[in-house]
Design a protein around this ligand. Structure first.
Ligand SMILES: *Cc1c(COP(=O)(O)O)cnc(C)c1O
Length: 243
């Protein structure tokens, strides 16, 4: 049986693996240091299963409703992948997310950390790996905890301390999206600085999730341990409908 979509994904994936290998070589790093995550948002679960078959088993999603359905369908199909939740997380979704996510990369407030920890305690049998999402440009209107935030709930240090105070959460590092109009290299260098001071207090917080389809090379050069590729592997997503 032919599956042109599987052939397309295989082609895209091997091109992106080569791209990642070249970026690692240029940065003097081993490709084994960087985990490639396919962000499958808006694409069907059939694509998750195709990617899993191709050996790509780290999957990113940014909406709970979509992710929960795909996680259930993936398990029902007998496939095992690691789910990375990378989107803005509403507190009333924590209960759902902790039942399928292997890592929540987008913890950006102390109150969210508290709610997540309580959900883990009630609805999950093992601790949850989390990253602090960093808002690199200090704009509180976007996602991310902020260094020196006016709102103490969104202060990076406060979020770090809150996570560290819960045995049900494991602080593994940081995540960021390069701000619009910033040079990605500058953004990811700043992220590396934040990662370093957090790691000084929390030695297990070694992960840096940075780099998307447009800026993988800059992220790898700045020390990313995880890159999150959507369109480069799956294809361009449709633009959101204008309301
Ligand atoms: C969609 C998304 C990605 C992937 O974006 P591409 O530009 O398609 O590679 C990565 N990270 C987050 C947080 C996302 O929401």
């Amino acid at each position: 049986m032919t599956d042109p979509r599987a052939d397309q994904l295989a082609l895209n994936l091997s091109a992106q693996r080569e791209r990642l290998a070249a970026a690692c070589a240029a940065a003097g790093r081993s490709v084994s240091e960087v985990t490639l995550i396919a962000v499958t948002k808006t694409y069907p679960v059939a694509d998750v299963l195709r990617l899993a078959k191709l050996g790509l088993t780290d999957i990113g999603e940014n909406r709970d409703q979509e992710a929960a359905a795909k996680a259930a369908a993936t398990a029902a199909a007998g496939a095992t992948v690691r789910w990375h939740y990378v989107g803005q997380l509403q507190r009333n979704k924590c209960r759902s997310v902790v039942t399928y996510a292997d890592m929540v990369q987008s913890v950006d407030s102390a109150s969210l950390a508290r709610t997540l920890a309580a959900a883990v305690d009630r609805h999950r049998t093992r601790p949850l790996d989390v990253l602090v999402q960093i808002g690199l440009d200090g704009n509180a209107g976007r996602g991310g905890a902020i260094e020196g935030a006016a709102d103490p709930d969104r202060e990076v240090r406060a979020v770090v301390d809150e996570i560290a105070s819960h045995r049900s959460l494991r602080l593994r590092g940081v995540m960021a999206v390069a701000p619009l109009r910033w040079k990605p290299a500058a953004a990811f260098e700043k992220l590396a600085d934040v990662a370093a001071w957090i790691r000084a207090d929390h030695p297990d917080a070694t992960l840096v999730s940075a780099g998307m389809s447009a800026d993988l090379e800059e992220a790898v050069a700045a020390g990313a341990t995880h890159v999150r590729l959507g369109s480069a592997i799956l294809g361009n997503r449709l633009p959101p409908a204008v309301a």
